[in-house]
Write a new protein. Structure first.
Length: 217
């Protein structure tokens, strides 16, 4: 499959955020990734899921939501990774950049969030309902989106490991707030990071189906 790969700096407010773009020749949509606590755009799990989405004809954008300076501060304090408002505003800015600059063309946009990135994705989706067509959360903390959950109008898939009992409970609470647009699926035998054989492949498969279904026109 012909793919265009590039690394760009996306301007959001005063920040320049490095992002890795992979665009199939004729993408059916583009998925923006929001990584979780203490991770980066080089997260091997997100890179693996992104590759599976590329195989389905979806473009992907893996981006660092913190600047290098902010990342240094966060490495010491671990405070910015839980600043859902900051992360969500950065995501919303990147959604706007994708919609205006159209590196993938005029295609629908999806959001894939892991851990705290899932909360940021849902807050961003609530403020960009006209631009975000689908959301997937992997082992996420959608509960941290708080009051924004009730404002989400975007089809949202919550994927949780079957052995990640505390996070299952938190996702069930979030699902009650999301209502009919939300769906919770449990990956049997998987822990929080989906490191068990075949677990991440199930995440990628279900996410791919969700995005191609809801982003197709």
């Amino acid at each position: 499959m012909d793919e265009q790969r590039s690394t760009v700096a996306i301007p959001v407010g005063d920040a320049q955020l490095p992002a890795d773009l992979v665009l199939p020749a004729q993408p059916v949509g583009v998925v923006l990734f929001a990584h979780g606590s203490g991770s980066s755009r080089h997260s091997p799990r997100n890179v693996a899921v992104a590759g599976a989405l590329n195989d389905r004809g979806l473009g992907t954008v893996l981006v660092d939501l913190l600047t290098p300076t902010e990342d240094e501060v966060d490495a010491r304090t671990a405070e910015l990774r839980f600043d859902i408002g900051l992360l969500a505003s950065r995501l919303a800015g990147i959604v706007d950049w994708l919609a205006v600059q159209r590196p993938a063309g005029d295609v629908p946009i999806g959001l894939f969030g892991a851990s705290t990135g899932a909360a940021a994705a849902l807050v961003a989706a609530s403020s960009r309902a006209d631009r975000v067509g689908a959301v997937v959360s992997r082992g996420g903390r959608p509960d941290l989106a708080e009051e924004a959950l009730a404002q989400v109008r975007t089809p949202t898939l919550l994927l949780v490991g079957g052995l990640d009992e505390e996070v299952i409970t938190l996702n069930e609470r979030a699902l009650a707030e999301l209502g009919e647009i939300g769906e919770l699926r449990v990956i049997p035998g998987a822990t929080h990071l989906f490191e068990e054989p075949g677990a991440l492949e199930q995440v990628a498969d279900q996410a791919g189906t969700w995005f191609t279904t809801h982003l197709s026109r």
